[in-house]
Ligand binder design. Structure first.
Ligand SMILES: C[C@H](O)[C@H](O)[C@H]1CNC2=NC(N)=NC(=O)C2=N1
Length: 93
């Protein structure tokens, strides 16, 4: 099990545009149309399966919200930070 990160550790490691909300780290991504968001959600799901660490993915019209936490540990761990970084790198690809 990974160690829980403190609020200061989370703040120091969060990628740009991500925020902490309690026991989660969150970012909303905007898209030009609904299906681009759906395709992005698919890509995030594939990363999650590869990492075996699964975010909550909320698909809205022209927006997809990603919420990450480590359920077994009950808060934010390095796995969540790593997932956010992987999602960011794929988004920029
Ligand atoms: C049994 C447990 O659900 C699995 O080990 C994995 C699956 N994906 C997971 N995803 C997330 N976000 N947190 C977990 O603790 C987690 N655990």
């Amino acid at each position: 099990m990974a160690d829980l990160l403190s609020d200061d550790e989370i703040d120091a490691q969060l990628p740009d545009e991500w925020t902490q909300e309690g026991d989660e780290i969150v970012r909303a991504y905007e898209f030009d149309d609904y299906l681009r968001g759906v395709n992005f959600a698919q890509m995030v799901g594939e990363i999650a399966e590869a990492q075996f660490h699964h975010p909550e993915i909320i698909i809205r019209y022209e927006e997809v919200e990603i919420r990450l936490t480590s359920h077994e540990e009950g808060g934010v761990t390095e796995q969540d930070i790593e997932m956010a970084e992987l999602i960011e790198s794929e988004r920029d690809a």
